[in-house]
Design a protein around this ligand. Structure first.
Ligand SMILES: O=C(O)CCC(=O)C(=O)O
Length: 228
């Protein structure tokens, strides 16, 4: 069982117009947690819809949380699966840290997990859909095992303005301004060949089904397949 690290230093990241914090060593046993989550989480190779066709995402992923709050992005819709024991425990820790940094913050409903199998896996520059999330809530991003670069690009100029290296056991909090002014992404890093897990906790809106862009037959097939 994990516990919250005893001393937390909240580093304010200098990104003009955006509220971003970085906190190292939020959990005291990241390696053990990583190993549990590789086993416990229903990792999937998802497809995204881009340039008129479906492509495999360059990583594995999962979406866990409250079942009435699906999440749609990149032409796909994710129906949440239940949080297992370890993610439920981590949700408590993440919520606790966020309650300290941002008193009165809403309760997290969901977490999106990404599993980067090696340095070839990545997530392209993007910003997370604010329409699907409750306004003025923070995305809380926990990294486990392999450290990887995490880049912010200015949306207006398209230029890279900040590179962080997210360490195992660290939590990055992205608040107001971080999605509207910047994109973020984890580039390929061929020298970093250990596996990395990342979970981003979000406060999702009550019912965002109207945003579903996936074509209906694909969604029906997916639901039938998942219920087998
Ligand atoms: O892996 C990461 O650190 C970032 C993940 C991310 O940007 C996302 O899930 O939207």
């Amino acid at each position: 069982m994990s516990s919250l690290a005893k001393v937390l230093i909240v580093e304010e990241i200098d990104l003009p117009g955006a509220e971003v914090y970085y906190i190292r060593n939020v959990v005291d046993n990241p390696k053990e947690i990583y190993e549990k989550l590789v086993e416990e989480v229903p990792w999937k190779q998802e497809e995204i819809f881009a340039y008129g066709k479906y492509h495999n995402q360059p990583r594995l992923s999962c979406f866990l949380g409250q079942v009435d709050k699906p999440y749609s992005y990149s032409g796909i819709v994710r129906i949440p699966e239940p949080m297992g024991e370890t993610i439920t425990m981590l949700t408590g820790i993440v919520q606790h840290v966020v309650d300290i940094v941002k008193p009165g913050h809403l309760k997290y409903t969901s977490t999106l997990g990404n599993r980067y199998r090696n340095g070839n896996d990545y997530i392209a520059q993007h910003s997370d859909s604010e329409d699907d999330m409750v306004a003025n809530t923070m995305i809380a991003s926990l990294s486990l095992n392999q450290e990887r670069f995490f880049d912010f690009h200015d949306k207006e100029t398209g230029k890279k303005v900040l590179r962080l290296e997210l360490e195992s056991g660290s939590l990055l909090l992205m608040g107001e301004g971080s999605q509207s002014l910047y994109t973020h992404g984890v580039p390929k890093q061929l020298t970093k060949n250990k596996e990395r897990l990342n979970f981003t906790w979000r406060v999702m809106k009550e019912n965002n089904k109207s945003k579903i862009k996936l074509d209906k037959q694909k969604l029906i097939d997916k639901l039938i397949d998942e219920s087998k």
